[in-house]
Design a protein around this ligand. Structure first.
Ligand SMILES: *Cc1c(COP(=O)(O)O)cnc(C)c1O
Length: 395
């Protein structure tokens, strides 16, 4: 489907090629590792790229292609390259576009595994990373070096929902000839389209909202055909590609993404407002609340505040962890897990799980206090989520 002016919910259902020669109505699952050629000449033409067509599922697979075309239409990208997970999307982006001696500037408020990847994997191959404030654009400008090739951010951030100004960081990138990559996992293209704001590359962990039901891992890198050439080249050779089965599950996830993101967002806003009114809650972090420091920027950049709400349980000094654990351990409905973007609401204590390996000083500097709780709001009735949290809050 080539029409570019359809609304997102239409693209979510019809975007990309939807059927094979058999005319099936629901997208088909092609479980095959390789493809057969009509003759030797056709094989030769496919291998040297003279004739388009599938060769081997590490290179392309029709179900994966359907997922890629649909997500590309939704993000407004020329090309999408699907990967085995969100982390392999970030790896492929760096391996495909950078070389030894290049430099990355990244927000300090990115996913923990991304920091680990930059410092301990990519760092070994001579690509250094400098971390800067998610919200202070002047720090990005000051960190740029002559060899800076990639700027990398994630907005809203995890778990404090800090908002980075994508358009402002994009102009820093343009000014120094670097590329801006945005990890769009928390918003998905339904709530935010970074390429429209000047970013060059979008990263997705499809494991989260795109699947939305906690079933499979997946990821994607999106951008111009020119930038995706190296990314695809790396994947085709190194192999962390998306499986056909996962692509099929994720295609079905895309079809309901708009409905789910709207419902996650509405629930999150209602829960955030309720939390703000609770006497035993010291502070609520949610971009959709007027009390959020970047509320105006969030309204400009995203369609809604999204589905992630964090809050600090009120406690006496030194008792934050006990207070937060009391809330978590008194839930019956919510899932105590670090995953997010699921129909089921999840509850996490960042200081002792996702951010436990960071030193207490660095954690304090990042604002991740012992009393902080992160909620990835699911699709249950908000009153039931509130009752589950109230049990521990009121103890
Ligand atoms: C989960 C997550 C990732 C990594 O994705 P996987 O699919 O788990 O590899 C990257 N970025 C963000 C913001 C995430 O939440």
């Amino acid at each position: 489907m080539s029409e570019q002016n359809y609304q997102p919910e239409t693209l979510a259902v019809h975007g990309g090629t939807v059927r094979s020669q058999f005319g099936e109505h629901s997208e088909a699952l092609f479980l095959t590792s390789s493809f057969v050629f009509e003759n030797a000449a056709q094989a030769a033409a496919r291998f040297i790229g003279e004739q388009p067509g599938n060769i081997y599922s590490r290179f392309t697979n029709p179900t994966v292609t359907m997922f890629e075309e649909r997500l590309a239409a939704m993000e407004g990208a020329e090309q999408c390259v699907a990967t085995a997970s969100g982390m392999s999307a970030i790896l492929a982006c760096v391996m495909g576009l950078l070389k030894a001696g290049d430099h990355i500037v990244a927000s300090q408020s990115i996913f923990g595994a991304s920091v680990n990847l930059f410092n301990n994997v990519i760092g070994k191959f001579g690509v250094a990373t400098t971390y800067v404030s998610a919200t202070d654009v002047s720090e990005w400008q000051a960190a740029v070096r002559p060899n800076t090739r990639l700027l990398f951010l994630e907005t809203p951030s995890n778990p404090l929902t800090e908002i980075s100004d994508i358009a402002a960081v994009a102009s820093v990138a343009k000014g120094c000839g670097a590329l801006l990559a945005v990890d769009n996992c928390f918003c998905t293209p339904i709530l935010q389209r970074p390429l429209d704001l000047g970013a060059d590359i979008v990263i997705q962990s499809a494991t989260k909202y795109i699947d939305g039901q906690g079933r499979v891992l997946g990821g994607a890198v999106l951008g111009s055909r020119k930038n995706m050439e190296g990314v695809y080249g790396f994947l085709r050779t190194a192999g962390p590609t998306m499986s056909a089965f996962n692509a099929w599950v994720l295609l079905k996830g895309l079809e309901t993404l708009k409905l789910r993101m709207d419902a996650h967002s509405a629930n999150a806003l209602e829960l955030a407002r309720w939390l703000e009114a609770q006497p035993n809650v010291a502070r609520v972090f949610y971009p959709g609340l007027p009390s959020h420091p970047q509320h105006k920027l969030a309204l400009r950049q995203q369609k809604t505040g999204g589905g992630i709400v964090s809050f600090e349980v009120a406690s006496s000094p030194g008792c934050g962890k006990a207070a937060a654990w009391r809330v978590i351990d008194n839930t019956r409905l919510l899932s105590i897990t670090a995953n997010l973007g699921d129909t089921k609401t999840t509850i996490t204590h960042p200081a002792t799980t996702t951010h436990a390996r960071i030193s207490p000083e660095a954690r304090a500097a990042a604002g991740i206090t012992d009393g902080l709780i992160r909620i990835a709001v699911g699709l249950e009735a908000v009153v039931d989520i509130q009752a589950d949290l109230a049990r521990g809050l009121n103890k």
